[in-house]
Design a protein around this ligand. Structure first.
Ligand code: ATP
Ligand code: MG
Length: 344
């Protein structure tokens, strides 16, 4: 995937810089803005975003486009997507968060839900701790049989504003794990409880993206029960292929237990290195994906930029002014986000 400056995009797509600027300002073409030291705003446009604009505008010719579109809300309602794997440290949080951000950049209304009591997603995007001020409090209210409504849930949702896009975050905290497990003793069907919570606010979003902990347990079951789609994040290491088989059996068990069928539509193989060994594992994972009718297998290279962006609390697509290098890492995330945005 290529990243164009405004001048280059105008040249390649045969459209004047003025017209292209208008399209960017009207948010018809998603883009990344960076303010230079001179305070001048520079625009950067990934090639895939130009294709996306053409698709949503139903045209091959951006040259004559001046129409204003009010929004890009999903026509088919809210889609809920969970990122998971029982294995830890594979990149669930990095990918879920950056995927949510990319959807927001595509002008979708996005809620990112942190169901992991490690609260890494919350810290990545909000850079703070949410003690007694998180989704855990909503579970507390549910267990106390207090009245739950849209307003109560929105009290715990944080607005996260980045340079080029904004999204909402329902954060987590350390005590979440304990509260979720305790809910087993209180509810007859505890796995439905996240779904019950999200029902109240679903209409406010085009996408709800859920990050999950690296273990089987009620948090994962709740997330899966609430979701339309599941995406698996893995690395290309020794136990990953077996781990994926275990996850598949776990999913089957959850399907039985919760009486809900789950669509796994993608696998992200993360932290890929240029090595023969990784090639072998990728092939094995791709084979497994075909056997299970999983249509998308994406790879993401191992690179310091993912780590750096996360530790600086910046989405990858906004990280560093030398954007062309940083962007390569998230091209699979962009592709998957565009696919989902167009389906919406
Ligand atoms: N493609 C990548 N290249 C290099 N580092 C990466 C990459 N993806 C993720 N990381 C780093 O690996 C670490 C683990 O990533 P992350 O927190 O996203 O994994 P996780 O699966 O959510 O972990 P956990 O199971 O603990 O929730 C982080 O430091 C992250 O910045
Ligand atoms: Mg995580």
């Amino acid at each position: 995937m290529k990243l164009f400056t405004l001048a280059r995009a105008s040249e390649i797509h045969n459209i004047s810089i003025e017209n292209l600027t208008q399209l960017l300002e009207q948010k018809l073409v998603p883009h990344i803005q960076k303010r230079a030291i001179s305070a001048k705003v520079n625009y950067y446009i990934p090639s895939a975003f130009i294709d996306y604009a053409k698709k949503i505008l139903n045209t091959n010719d951006l040259k004559n486009q001046t129409l204003k579109i009010e929004n890009f809300y999903n026509k088919n309602g809210t889609k809920i997507i969970t990122f998971s794997n029982l294995k830890g440290g594979v990149g669930k949080t990095s990918i879920a968060s950056n995927f949510a951000y990319t959807l927001a950049l595509l002008n979708k209304r996005v809620l990112l839900v942190d169901m992991d009591s490690q609260a890494n997603t919350s810290r990545y995007f909000a850079n703070q701790y949410f003690t007694s001020n998180s989704i855990k409090n909503i579970f507390d209210s549910l267990m106390r049989k207090e009245k739950i409504d849209k307003e109560l849930i929105h009290k715990y949702i944080k607005k996260i504003k980045f340079e080029n896009a904004s999204l909402d975050l329902l954060p987590s905290e350390l005590a979440l794990g304990r509260v979720v497990e305790f809910s087993r003793a209180v509810f007859t069907m505890p796995h439905k409880k996240l779904n019950d919570i999200l029902k109240y606010i679903k209409d406010d979003y085009d996408f709800i993206i859920i990050d999950t902990p690296p273990s089987t347990g009620l948090s994962l079951h709740m997330a899966i029960y609430a979701s339309d789609i599941m995406s698996i994040v893995t690395d290309a290491e020794d136990f990953s292929v077996n781990g994926l088989k275990e996850l598949s059996s776990e999913i089957e068990e959850i399907e039985e237990e919760t009486d809900r069928s789950i669509t796994v539509d993608s696998i992200f193989i993360n932290k890929v290195k240029n090595s023969k060994l990784h090639e072998i594992y990728i092939e094995a994972i791709a084979k497994l994906a075909i056997e299970r009718n999983i249509n998308n297998v994406f790879t993401i290279s191992d690179g310091m930029r993912v780590k750096e962006a996360q530790s600086l609390h910046i989405p990858m697509l906004e990280y560093k002014s030398e954007l062309d290098k940083g962007l390569v890492l998230s091209s699979s995330i962009i592709e998957y986000a565009i696919e989902k945005a167009l389906e919406g």
